[in-house]
Write a protein that binds this ligand. Structure first.
Ligand code: IDP
Ligand code: MG
Length: 140
């Protein structure tokens, strides 16, 4: 079980000024932030990041959304980081997210759902490398 995951505070949450509150929830839940940066995704980068979803009907809207403003990718450390973070953020659709989760409290809709979290250790490492070079990640 890996100890790292890639989180993104998405453009809806950054735009509404929720970045600090969401980072506070992440830190309070015991995650260490190994790297973080404000990023303006190009269309090409957003399409690359979500390439696994390119056949889905919502793909174009998702890319529009992810390029609508800055977002904040973060490399996070925690024991069993992938599952721990997905528990903290809640279900993809905020209407189905548990009380106290980040998506329940900050998401607008199934698309504009405030945060991303990696879905496997393998994808976590790929997604961290998508945004950060090894020397940009704090080695704890
Ligand atoms: P996840 O972010 O919870 O892992 P995924 O199924 O990997 O969910 O979908 C990636 C992102 O695509 C979601 O976070 C959300 O922004 C968007 N998305 C997923 N399903 C839908 C949908 O049915 N309609 C619109 N957008 C969606
Ligand atoms: Mg996913």
């Amino acid at each position: 079980m890996g100890n790292r995951t890639l989180a993104i505070i998405k453009p809806d949450a950054v735009g509404k000024g929720h970045t600090g509150k969401i980072m506070d929830r992440i830190i309070s839940d015991g995650f260490t932030i190994l790297g973080a940066r404000l990023v303006y995704l190009t269309r090409e980068k957003a399409e690359g990041f979500y390439a696994v979803h390119k056949e889905r009907p919502f793909f174009n809207d998702l890319v529009d959304f992810m390029t609508s403003g800055p977002c904040m990718p973060m490399a996070l450390e925690h024991e069993g980081a992938v599952n721990a973070f997905r528990t903290l953020i809640g279900a993809t659709n905020p209407a189905e997210a548990d009380e106290g989760t980040i998506r329940k409290d900050f998401a607008e809709s199934v698309q504009n759902n405030a945060v991303h979290g990696s879905d496997s250790d393998e994808n976590a490492e790929k997604e961290i490398a998508f945004f950060f070079t090894p020397d940009e990640i704090h080695q704890s």
